[in-house]
Structures are given as structure tokens and as C-alpha cells.
Design a protein around this ligand. Structure first.
Ligand code: URA
Ligand code: SF4
Length: 255
């Protein structure tokens, strides 16, 4: 292993690599995991929440009705001006996403934090540094064949978890991003992202290592980088998830 890769894994808190392999003899990527079909009603349940008038600041549906036909420029403008949920009230700016607009890999996080809100780019704070290290560990790089987005485009005050109604209000933008990027694989990082893409209640520990799908795109679930910063032992599991994702991508590319 190159020194650089060693450093990357050290930064992720996983070193040396051989220790990890030894610790997990049944590496998930060694066994094909049968795709878990997304139950139609699972998505429906989430979508139905959208109909609940739970968001006081939601604007009438027509405000978001054109999103499905938008190009990148129009989408960016729409998100910047969006007032479809109350997260618009305290944002400095909306953060649409960053990266290769035709990437094979799409990563979905939760929502912008303070630094993202200030700079207008997802994952540029501490969690972002870890994410970059994780990407580097599987030979990926922000912006190169990778597109990064969040479940909500505006910063939840105090970095609280976005509410289901906020995620639902923002869903058309994420859907449009997925439709425009057409990724081969989506990595959902953390519970809100996983629940957004899979539907229903998701426990990361139970959902990782499986293949789900969203709008016909395979979805893999893993821990959120910010969670990993606080829960070092789970970094090894995140590494396994990345290897699983890489392996699935190789399969997808060969079919
Ligand atoms: N956490 C997220 O979920 N997204 C970001 O963009 C930054 C931190
Ligand atoms: Fe609009 Fe999404 Fe921002 Fe809410 S979080 S105001 S839906 S862009």
C-alpha cells in the first residue's frame, strides 16, 4: 500500500488496512447481496406525509411543480429563491450540491451546516474533511465522477435534524438532481438521507450492506461522516460500506 493511502486510512482512523480485513473475514463485498426491492408502499408512506399540511410556511404546490423539467441553471435559481419550508428563514444561502453533473457516484447527506451555509458548498466543514478522506480511500475525489448533495438544501438552525416535512418539501430538488446526474449508485449517509431515499424508519446498522433503490437507482446506506467523527469505532464499518459500494459499482459498470 502506498504511503499516501496509508495516510488517508490513518486519517479515517483505520490503520493499517490489514487489521481491518483480519477483523472482518466475511467482507460484505465478497458475497453478492440480493437486491432488496423497495416496497412500493414504503415510498408511498413518505410521499403521503407531503400531503399533510404540517409545514406552516409551505407555499402552494405550483411553486415546486416545474422542478421536474428544470435544467441545472434553473434548478440552482429555484433553490436559491425557494421558500417552500421554514428553513429558508435563517439560511445565508441555499446549498444545492457540488460535483460532476454526470457522475456515476452520488452521495446524499442531511443538510448544510454552518460552514456549508456560509460557503454555499456541501460538506466543506469537519465532516466534509472526513468525507474527502473517505472518498480518497476508495480512489474517488470530490467533483470527479462524484456528485454530493443533501436531503435539505438549507441549513437547519443549530444543525438540528431536518424534520420530515422539511425533507418532503425539498424532495423535488433532490429528485431532479438525481434525474439530471443519472448516477449509477447513490450512497445515503446517515438516517435522514437513508429515510429520504428508502422510505420508512431506517436503522443504519440494519440497513448497511444491502442494496435498496430509489427512482430505479441502487442505493447503499452508511453512517454520516459527522456521526463517525463522534463514534470512532464505526469508522471501520463505514470503510466496509465503502468497499461494498465500490464492489457494487464495479458490478454495475460491468453489466
Ligand atoms: N453534514 C451534511 O449532512 N451535509 C453537509 O453538507 C455538511 C454536513
Ligand atoms: Fe426550499 Fe429545500 Fe430550502 Fe426548504 S430546505 S426552503 S424546501 S430549498
Amino acid at each position: 500500500m502506498s504511503q499516501q493511502k496509508d495516510q488517508i486510512l490513518a486519517e479515517m482512523g483505520i490503520k493499517p488496512l490489514w487489521r481491518l480485513r483480519q477483523a472482518s473475514p466475511a467482507e460484505p463485498q465478497a458475497e453478492p447481496v440480493p437486491p432488496v426491492p423497495l416496497a412500493d408502499d414504503a415510498e408511498l408512506v413518505v410521499r403521503e406525509q407531503k400531503l399533510e399540511p404540517a409545514v406552516p410556511h409551505s407555499v402552494p404546490e405550483p411553486a415546486l411543480s416545474g422542478v421536474a423539467g428544470m435544467d441545472w441553471d434553473t434548478l440552482g435559481e429555484a433553490v436559491s429563491a425557494c421558500q417552500a419550508c421554514r428553513l429558508c428563514e435563517r439560511r445565508k444561502q441555499a446549498v444545492l450540491g457540488v460535483g460532476d453533473p454526470h457522475a456515476d457516484w452520488m452521495l446524499v447527506g442531511e443538510g448544510p451546516g454552518a460552514e456549508e451555509d456560509a460557503r454555499g458548498e456541501p460538506f466543506v466543514g469537519q465532516a466534509g474533511k472526513l468525507l474527502d478522506a473517505m472518498l480518497a480511500a476508495i480512489a474517488l475525489k470530490r467533483g470527479e465522477n462524484v456528485y454530493i448533495a443533501n436531503a435539505v438544501k438549507c441549513r437547519p438552525p443549530g444543525n438540528r435534524t431536518p424534520e420530515p416535512a422539511e425533507i418532503e418539501a425539498c424532495r423535488p430538488y433532490l429528485e431532479r438532481q438525481i434525474a439530471l446526474v443519472k448516477p449509477k449508485l447513490i450512497l445515503a449517509m446517515g438516517r435522514p438521507a437513508a429515510q429520504t431515499l428508502i422510505g420508512g424508519e431506517v436503522k443504519i446498522g440494519a440497513a448497511r450492506g444491502k442494496l435498496f433503490s430509489y427512482l430505479d437507482v441502487p442505493v447503499i446506506v452508511t453512517y454520516h461522516p459527522a456521526y463517525l467523527l463522534r463514534n470512532l469505532p464505526d469508522k471501520a464499518r463505514a470503510w466496509e460500506d465503502l468497499c461494498f459500494a465500490k464492489d457494487q459499482m464495479a458490478r454495475l459498470a460491468s453489466t
